[in-house]
Design a protein around this ligand. Structure first.
Ligand code: PHE
Length: 357
């Protein structure tokens, strides 16, 4: 039995060395020192011994037990200390390290452009007015001198609103319901208010069934409308010139090019000089690829058609004026140094792109 106890002690001391962590230690304690552990098992044999040997064996057993317990407590102490230190190391914070800056939000570049455009137009005395994004056909087309089924409407690639109760487009007294394909629906809505003279602008979302490098299905336009007595094209040119010099820079030039819209007469397309080739249309390497002979197309404009003025309830013999409408995204892309090759990136929510503005 003495041998057995000595073997047990040596096994235990050996096992303690490789116990690892406090969980391993606890398992060892149960295995050797527990109520049904190895030591108790050996000691169970005590009553079977001859009486003269029993006392000595009992004492030896107790000594061994003490040795084991002391060795266990020591090992436990060491492991505890080690575990405590590891935990503290893991929690330790270097307060001299630079911090992690919180992500800062900023206005989307289109919102920034809308703010800038508004500021410039405010300086000219234009007041921002709001019109619905979901509007009647009457305001989007018909009152703008585009009768039902007129071919000119095709240009606007319009989305219609479905009647949720029937398998057709929602329709009312003022025609079908559309997602506004341009901001020109604000023209007749403003005329109807009858507060003259009118100097308003409207910036809104517009929708068209188009998506490619220079079109997104949801975009923004801004529309200007000036109605008074004796308004002339010269004033339109003046507004255009002021806007371009303020938004794009003093060196940019403007021109009006004849065009056709049903709701203006005469109609123009507004061009601005290209900043890549400086308006010459030529680069050292050949023709400028961005523009057409030195000019970039910015938007449409014209003198408001008499039929539109009539549709708004005013007398075209007395009142006249001009309107213009441009895409915000397009205007933004034409700014020097913007270098946006694909309009769709503006709405892809890619922070690598958005953070640059
Ligand atoms: N609404 C026209 C378009 O979307 C632009 C325009 C506005 C033209 C006002 C003339 C006058 O293309």
């Amino acid at each position: 039995m003495k041998k057995e106890l000595e073997q047990l002690r040596d096994d235990f001391l050996g096992a303690l060395e490789s116990a690892g962590d406090s969980l391993g230690l606890e398992e060892l304690r149960v295995e050797y020192l527990g109520r049904k552990g190895k030591l108790a098992n050996v000691m169970k044999k005590l009553p079977d011994l001859a009486e003269d040997m029993r006392k000595e064996a009992g004492q030896f057993g107790n000594e061994i037990k003490k040795v084991l317990e002391t060795a266990f407590l020591e090992a436990q102490h060491t492991v505890n200390q080690f575990e405590e230190r590891t935990r503290r190391d893991a929690e330790w914070i270097d307060i001299t390290m630079p911090g992690i800056a919180p992500l800062m939000g900023s206005l989307h570049l289109v919102t920034q452009a809308i703010d800038e455009i508004s500021t410039i137009l405010h300086q000219l005395g234009f007041v921002r007015s709001r019109t619905p994004e979901v509007d009647w056909d009457w305001y989007a087309f018909e009152s703008l001198n585009m009768p039902k089924d007129h071919a000119a409407r095709d240009e606007w690639e319009t989305f219609f609103i479905q009647d949720p109760k029937a398998d057709k487009v929602l329709e009312g007294k003022k025609g079908k319901v559309v997602l506004t394909p341009h901001t020109s629906n604000s023209q007749v809505r403003e005329l109807e208010k009858g507060q003259l003279p009118i100097r308003m602008f409207n910036i809104n979302k517009c929708y068209r069934r188009q998506s490619d490098v220079s079109h997104v299905p949801m975009f923004h336009q801004f529309e200007g409308l000036l109605i008074d007595k004796n308004v002339t094209i010269t004033e339109l040119k003046g507004v255009f010139d002021f806007f371009v010099k303020n938004f794009f820079g003093a060196e940019r030039k403007v021109r009006l090019r004849p065009h056709h819209f049903r709701f203006t007469e005469p109609s123009f397309e507004l061009d601005i000089s290209c900043d890549i080739c400086g308006g010459s249309g030529k680069l050292e390497s050949g023709a400028c690829r961005l523009c057409k002979e030195g000019w970039l197309e910015l938007g449409g404009a014209g003198m408001v058609h008499p039929n539109v003025i009539k549709a708004g309830g005013l007398d075209p013999e007395v009142y006249s004026g001009f309107a213009f409408g441009w895409g915000v995204e397009r205007t933004l892309m034409m700014r020097s140094g913007m270098n946006i090759a694909d309009m769709r990136i503006i709405y892809r929510n890619d922070l690598r792109f958005l953070k640059q503005f």
